[in-house]
Design a protein around this ligand. Structure first.
Ligand SMILES: [Zn+2]
Ligand SMILES: [Zn+2]
Length: 97
């Protein structure tokens, strides 16, 4: 079980990332386009499948979102997607128009 880091840069992972971004660049956290990386919907550290296309989705990386300027990937961090999106939704909801 010492493969944790090296698998993140493995051929399979890079392939999956490229394929995911080719299919869509809509960020799973903020919903805007222009994602430049991908992330696991269910974190691998929490038992998510590392190389399952259904568990990988586009997200804004270190550069952040060009539309809303959120740092989606660092916001998400190691949390399950549902936590982050619920959080963002409730903030928007209470902030109002
Ligand atoms: Zn985003
Ligand atoms: Zn955005």
């Amino acid at each position: 079980m010492a493969t944790d880091r090296s698998e993140l840069t493995s051929y399979g992972w890079r392939q999956l990332r490229a394929r995911t971004l080719a299919a869509s660049d809509i960020c799973i956290v903020c919903g805007h386009g222009g994602s430049d990386t991908v992330d696991h919907i269910h974190p691998v550290s929490k038992g998510g499948a590392r190389l399952d296309p259904d568990n990988v989705a586009p997200i804004h990386g270190v550069a952040g979102c060009p539309t809303c300027l959120r740092k989606c990937n660092s916001e998400k961090g190691d949390k399950p997607l549902a936590d982050v999106v619920q959080l963002a939704t409730s903030v928007d909801w209470f902030a109002g128009p």
